[in-house]
Ligand binder design. Structure first.
Ligand SMILES: [Zn+2]
Length: 91
């Protein structure tokens, strides 16, 4: 018996859908079997898991300008700011 593990077709790159993170521009798996990010409907943006975690306590100044531009372009409301003055995403 072979000890070599066969790759299932579900694991091949061609089968996985990949999407680009709105904030950090990284490509991450987004279905159909692995979701390493989430689409935030209220803001119409797709974020990777890292950015979802990283923005939990508010959006840093590096990403705020990009988000505000996007919200304005799509005529979407600007989310509320927290006590530190950072915009907080709705999930
Ligand atoms: Zn990201």
């Amino acid at each position: 018996m072979s000890t070599r593990r066969r790759r299932s077709h579900y694991e091949t790159d061609a089968y996985l859908r990949r999407e680009k993170c709105f904030f950090c521009d990284s490509n991450f798996a987004y279905g159909p079997h692995a979701y390493h990010g989430e689409f935030l409907k209220a803001h119409q943006i797709l974020l990777c898991d890292g950015c979802l975690r990283g923005t939990w306590g508010g959006i840093g100044p590096a990403f705020e300008a990009k988000l505000l531009r996007h919200l304005e372009e799509h005529n979407l409301p600007v989310p509320a700011r927290n006590s530190k003055g950072l915009l907080v995403l709705s999930r």
